[in-house]
Design a binder for this molecule. Structure first.
Ligand code: ZN
Length: 401
């Protein structure tokens, strides 16, 4: 067959090779090629040598041409150098990584495909093993991440995330300024987080000014012990959630009791209405609430306290916020709702960290959305049993979002 090797060379798109022959064999596009040079640089002394020793052929999978699996059968010469004639060396091609059986353009193609697909999908599509595909992904992901200049870390966020419903928690660390995930840690205990913080260089630890989190003793202790200059900031959404959980718990108790007494008429449909802001209630919700209040005055008190507490988030100064918390605790006492005293205690126990918000106005609001993204990655890549592979994927997707 007469072949236009120049045209094929352009299709192949690799530099520094001469194409000697092409063939289609059992649906595989075979390209025979050799180096365009008849010399090589000695890896030991750096001198050029033209003394061939012997040669061998090695095949490398390349980007598909015209939809066909494409293999480059490369002649690899071994050269001898006068500096060490006993040890000949292989000539080296820029488009192949050491010990790999695929060309770099083909590996990059696999990496790009894997960006929005699971490793398993790509492995099946390309016809390579899962492990080989994962190794290619990891290599190029690390290279790509290395091109990103690390941002100065000053404000962090930390949150837990359920990997599987009910068990297996991970901890996610965020850079508050970029919204990027810095790392995903297995587990959520103080030790889990402490062990991770130990891996950070001292100068990074010294720069950290504040870390937002929910009211988790483990996270708080890990941060205080690891970063001498950092303040813990309790996430505002979690304070509200804590109060709402308490309110809901009391409502449930009252309604369960009514149900037990077979008093169906008195189990009002107020679960969400009770927690909603008054101005957002529908007419129906409001009338349900009012009916319930008539029957159970404690619900009315509870509702009032909940509404009153929402004013906390409009306060602009640390002093006023401190005064408000004292006022609210008094109010709980006055209304004699024993169950809410545990919320007052929570406010007491975390007072300093709650007020730290006025020094660093950070919250985990941003993080909640990111947690979604991480769960999605987890779902998409199901089979991420290896935490390092998972972390790498998370980092890359956040770094180039
Ligand atoms: Zn040499």
């Amino acid at each position: 067959m007469r072949i236009n090797t120049d045209f094929i060379r352009k299709c192949v798109g690799l530099q520094d090779i001469k194409i000697t022959y092409v063939n289609i064999n059992k649906g595989i596009f075979e390209i025979f090629a050799t180096s365009a040079f008849d010399f090589a640089n000695c890896p030991k002394c750096g001198q050029l040598t033209q003394q061939p020793h012997d040669k061998r052929y090695q095949s490398y999978e390349h980007l598909p041409i015209w939809g066909l699996k494409t293999v480059i059968i490369l002649e690899i010469k071994r050269y001898k150098c006068s500096c060490d004639p006993e040890h000949p060396f292989d000539e080296n091609f820029k488009f192949i990584r050491k010990y790999q059986r695929r060309t770099i353009p083909f590996e990059e193609y696999i990496f790009n495909l894997a960006h929005k697909n699971t490793i398993q999908n790509i492995a099946e599509l390309i016809g390579i093993s899962h492990n080989a595909c994962q190794r290619i992904y990891n290599y190029y992901a690390k290279q790509k991440l290395a091109t990103k200049k690390p941002k100065k870390l000053e404000l962090l966020g930390i949150d837990d995330i359920a990997v599987k419903k009910g068990h297996n928690y991970n901890t996610v660390i965020y850079n508050q300024e970029t919204g990027s995930s810095i790392d995903v840690i297995e587990g959520r205990t103080k030790k889990d987080v402490l062990d991770y913080f130990k891996t950070l260089p001292q100068e990074v630890k010294d720069q950290i000014k504040a870390v937002s989190m929910d009211m988790s003793k483990g996270y708080c202790a890990a941060v205080s012990e690891s970063f001498s200059n950092a303040k813990v900031v309790i996430d505002r959404f979690h304070i509200t959630k804590n109060l709402h959980d308490k309110v809901d718990e009391i409502r449930r108790k009252i309604q369960n009791k009514a149900k037990k007494e077979n008093n169906k008429a008195k189990t009002f449909n107020i679960r969400w209405a009770l927690l909603k802001k008054v101005e957002n209630l529908t007419g129906k919700e409001l009338s349900n609430l009012l009916l319930a209040f008539e029957e159970y005055p404690v619900l009315e008190k509870l509702h009032y306290l909940k509404e009153e507490f929402s004013k906390f988030f409009t306060i602009k100064s640390k002093e006023a916020a401190h005064a408000f918390i004292d006022y609210f605790k008094e109010l709980v006492k006055e209304y004699e709702i024993v169950e809410l005293e545990s919320f007052s205690n929570t406010l007491n126990n975390w007072l300093e960290e709650i007020l730290n918000y006025y020094d660093y106005q950070i919250s985990n609001g941003l993080i909640e959305g990111n947690n979604h993204k991480i769960k999605n990655i987890k779902r998409r890549g199901y089979g991420y049993r290896n935490q390092d592979n998972f972390n790498l994927r998370v980092k890359l997707e956040f770094a180039f979002k």
